[in-house]
Design a protein around this ligand. Structure first.
Ligand code: ATP
Length: 912
């Protein structure tokens, strides 16, 4: 498990007080805070002998018990821990508030202020109860008076005045209605009752690994259409039904003019409200994230407003149903990135940065990471701190094997790398938005950016570029938004429109402060979408022996299991690990229901995944699990190693000690490979001859019922053991024959191949014939009781081979690219699996069901001596765009592996 936290140094301490350090904590699931508390203190420079024992950590105002588990709230991604004292900034206002004032637009947007007391002053001064960073707002601009459940607003003689909805307030007070809009300077405020009509929060379930699994959003809300028809007017009082009918028959034009005016005003208000609802303001975004509410991550790739960003508000013409010349007050001005392809933002730095933060914030809050990836590039390293908040956004995680910790390009090298990656092969969720702050940094990066501007949109990559000077924006942008100045700030938006282009002047921009953006990003940091196939927590790691209830494995327990098995063809059931839906994840290679009609025997299994995803361990687990499920006379295993094993990567060699494993083939040895391919072909031929049309299962069933088909004589000696013997050449026959001398007929044979892709390489001398023999097994083996389990590290190489096509059981462990996952399980999901959880994957069954599972381990050491050492490493913003240093998994202890313990018990059970 890895979680990213921030540690605050005590404010009351010496130099550096209050400084924050971001850290990456790596620890096994179940680690308590106490195990890393000293290291967390060390990360902010508080060291010494006292550090480990006298460290107190607070989340906000609450002290965290040192027994609290890492990965569980509050110790989850994005958390801020303060050392030895509560975080004074986190003191929440828990008093019930009469009303809420939201900053819905302007240069300091996003704030949500709870109103307490009788009089609240709003202004630019830091002494104001609601301070606003807007140069066009007076120091004390207006006051709000709360009395008798009503709120009145009064302008305090401000320079630029105050507007309440449509009216300028001079010296008089006016009542502020709910949803009333107050406009002062460039800022727009809206009054609302706290919690009023607040949607129920969506469940966000801790997964124990530092994340919260977010329940899917409720079914897509229809996009509120702008109302066009005036509302129905109630029948005039006293007129009765006849008059109402008459007025309707006469049509609306028959209404008196005063009513028409009311109707138009109502339509205008509804149209404005619908547009504001459709394009939420920054304060609404923050509340949706904090909920988390239904609007969080509401825009999947097919959402009608996907990738449309709100840049500010303006008074825009009303739609049909409003009087000619009507302006809708303070309605959102948006740019649809999918239509425009690219967007350039230009203007003075503080406002520009605030606007760009608002753009990124709404992309991240409204779009799920599965539908949108974000990349942030600033070739000028001095600009990087401006973007530090993006490190908390889950949309920047390199889910597709990009060589970096985070999808950022800070500094010229990283900038060039990110842009080149995107220009070469835009890999990512359905869409990617790349924000490029300033010049791209190098000729190559500029070229890549130009290519992205031209060709990116067709590949789902949309660019937002920032420049202080409009003429430094790259050419060929689809839309621009130019900020006019630091005072009287306005935006001029130029965007595509039906039949051409459209320019909108006098737009009040939405800009959000850096602290607001960081707050939103930290709220989003731990959230993960619960994929349909991966709902609920999976354990980080588990032990096969525990899962098989063989914590203390003895020959007697194994013999007892085998004795309970019915006679007949036997099974080939393997318990692989746990899955959420079924608890245990089991597959049966002998399941006759999974075969085509007329076939008997069972299907084959294909396993794929990137380097270190846990393929070999999964094969070992499967072999061990098969061995526990069946006695060796009825189930034999042949292992094939496509690549040379080494001490560090022993491959399947450890399985050779299991009495079921008849033959271990190193395919890198051409002679062994050749012999193995001949043996396999002989097995198939001998079994076809022996079983005839009955097939493996029919033949065995017939024998149990005393109706065995006539045995075929081979070399004068007839016997069902012949077919089995051809796969037992490396072992003494006694090891495979039961002591009772009973001849039970050929065993079911499972051929387990690791690194199958290596067999297909032109440089593999023995590989080709072996691959051809395996293709024959794939084609003919199922009904003969010969099953294939094949692992590939290169699904693109093995796709389309007979082995691939004959495998209705399919597993994808973590892949480097969604395409590889798709080749394996017909879903891209395995590309999003973390490198920190080897053995995690998806199993696709022949009926199309896909189950997330965690494979159990069998080659670990017994748990008491096995551990991962927790580490705390300070992260450096400048390094986030560079490849991560992989920490080798260090297992302590030197006891026997579970596989060795199991092999010894199985050998004794088989012999006894
Ligand atoms: N189910 C599991 N649970 C916990 N750890 C695992 C599991 N499977 C694998 N690992 C860890 O991941 C490491 C890599 O596993 P493994 O060698 O099986 O991967 P691989 O996909 O075969 O890699 P490669 O393609 O490089 O051969 C192992 O050393 C082990 O520590």
């Amino acid at each position: 498990m890895q979680i990213r936290l921030t540690v605050l140094r005590p404010r009351s301490g010496p130099a550096g007080a209050g400084a924050a350090t971001d850290v990456l904590v790596t620890a096994p699931a179940g680690t308590a805070l106490g195990a890393v508390a000293g290291a967390l203190a060390g990360a902010v420079g508080v060291r010494g002998p006292r550090a480990a024992t006298h460290v107190h950590l607070y989340a906000g105002e609450r002290r965290i018990d040192e027994q609290s588990l890492l990965g569980h709230p509050p110790l989850i991604d994005g958390a801020v821990l303060s050392l030895n004292e509560p975080d004074p900034d986190a003191a929440g206002d828990t008093r019930p508030a009469a009303a809420e004032l939201r900053v819905v637009g302007g240069p300091d947007a996003g704030g949500v202020h709870h109103l307490h007391g009788e009089e609240i002053q709003v202004g630019r001064s830091s002494d104001a109860d609601v301070p606003l960073d807007d140069p066009d707002v007076s120091r004390l601009h207006l006051s709000l008076r709360l009395a008798d459940g009503r709120i009145t607003v009064r302008d305090l003689g401000s320079t630029n005045g105050t507007r309440l909805d449509d009216r300028f307030l001079r010296d008089e007070s006016a009542e502020l209605p709910e949803d009333g809009l107050l406009r002062l300077g460039e800022t727009t405020l809206r009054l609302s009752r706290p919690g009023h009509a607040a949607p129920a929060p969506r469940p966000a379930v801790p997964d124990g690994e530092g994340h919260l699994s977010l329940a899917p959003p409720p079914p897509a809300r229809p996009v509120p259409a702008a109302p066009t028809t005036p509302p129905e007017i109630p029948a005039p009082s006293g007129g009765g039904l006849a008059r109402a009918l008459l007025s309707r028959r006469r049509g609306r034009s028959a209404e008196p003019p005063a009513d028409a005016g009311r109707q138009h005003a109502a339509v205008r208000a509804r149209q404005a409200a619908a547009q504001r609802e459709r394009w939420p303001d920054p304060a609404a975004l923050l509340l949706a994230a904090l909920g988390p509410g239904p609007r969080l991550w509401e825009r999947g790739p097919s959402h009608p407003d996907a990738l449309a960003v709100r840049l500010g508000t303006a008074d825009l013409p009303g739609g049909p149903g409003t009087a000619p010349g009507t302006l809708l007050p303070a309605v959102p001005v948006t740019v649809d990135l999918q239509t425009a392809g690219s967007l350039g933002l230009a203007g003075p730095r503080p406002r520009l940065a605030g606007l760009a933060r608002a753009v990124l914030a709404q992309l991240a809050a409204l779009h799920p990471p599965s539908g949108l990836g974000l990349v942030v590039v600033a070739a000028d390293p001095a600009l990087a701190p401006e973007w530090s908040f993006v490190q908390w956004l889950p949309h920047l995680r390199p889910a597709h094997g990009q060589p970096c910790r985070l999808l950022v390009g800070f500094g010229p090298d990283q900038a060039a790398a990110r842009l080149a990656e995107l220009a070469a092969a835009p890999a990512g969720p359905p869409a990617t938005v790349v924000l490029v702050d300033g010049d791209a940094g190098s000729p190559a990066a500029r070229e890549a950016l130009a290519l992205l501007l031209r060709q990116g949109p067709a590949a789902g990559v949309f660019t937002v570029t920032l420049s202080e000077l409009p003429d430094r924006l790259p050419a060929g942008l689809g839309a621009t938004a130019l900020i006019t100045g630091e005072v009287g700030t306005q935006l001029t938006v130029d965007r595509p429109a039906a039949g051409g282009r459209e320019r909108i002047d006098e737009v009040s921009l939405d800009a959000v402060p850096a602290a607001w953006a960081e707050r939103l990003a930290r709220v989003l940091a731990p959230l993960r979408e619960s994929a349909p196939a991966a709902r609920g927590p999976l354990p980080a790691a588990l032990r096969l022996l525990d899962l098989l209830r063989l914590e203390a494995v003895t020959p007697a327990k194994l013999s007892a299991r085998w004795s309970a098995l019915p006679a007949g063809a036997g099974s080939a059931t393997a318990l692989l690990g746990t899955s959420r839906e079924d608890e245990t994840c089991t597959l049966d290679l002998a399941d006759p229901d999974l075969l085509e009609p007329g076939e008997q025997g069972g299907p084959h299994l294909l396993v794929g995944g990137g380097p270190g995803s846990g393929k070999t361990e999964l094969l070992r687990t499967l072999i061990a699990s098969l061995a526990v499920s069946e006695r060796p006379e009825r189930l034999a295993v042949m292992t094939v190693e496509g690549r040379a094993a080494s001490e560090a990567a022993p491959g399947l060699a450890g399985c050779s000690e299991l009495p079921h494993v008849m033959n271990h083939v190193a395919a890198t040895d051409p002679r062994q490979a050749m012999l193995a391919s001949e043996e396999l072909l002989e097995v198939l031929a001998a079994r076809e001859e022996l079983f005839g049309r009955a097939g493996f299962t029919g033949w065995h069933t017939g024998r149990v019922l005393g109706k065995a088909p006539a045995l075929v004589a081979t070399g004068g000696q007839a016997g069902p053991g012949d077919a089995a013997r051809v796969v037992e050449p490396r072992r003494s026959p006694e090891a495979a024959r039961p002591d009772d001398g009973a001849d039970r007929g050929p065993a079911r044979l499972v051929v387990v191949v690791d690194d199958f892709d290596a067999l297909l390489a032109p440089t593999s001398p023995g590989g080709r014939p072996l691959a051809r023999a395996l293709a024959e097994v794939a084609r003919r083996g199922g009904r003969l009781g010969v099953h294939l389990v094949v692992a590939t590290g290169a699904p693109e190489l093995t796709a389309g081979t007979e082995v691939d096509e004959a495998a209705p059981l399919r597993i994808a462990l973590r892949t480097d690219h969604p395409g590889e996952s798709d080749l394996l399980i017909h879903l891209p999901d395995a590309a999003a699996l973390s490198e920190d959880t080897p053995g995690r994957g998806y199993l696709r069954r022949p009926d199309g069901r896909v189950t997330a599972f965690q494979a159990a381990r069998v080659s670990g050491r017994i748990p008491r001596t096995a551990t991962l050492r927790p580490t705390v490493v300070a992260t450096d913003l400048a390094e986030l765009g560079t490849p991560p240093t992989r920490r080798p998994v260090r297992e302590l202890g030197n006891g026997p592996t579970d596989l060795a313990l199991l092999a010894s018990a199985l050998q004794r059970a088989a012999a006894g």
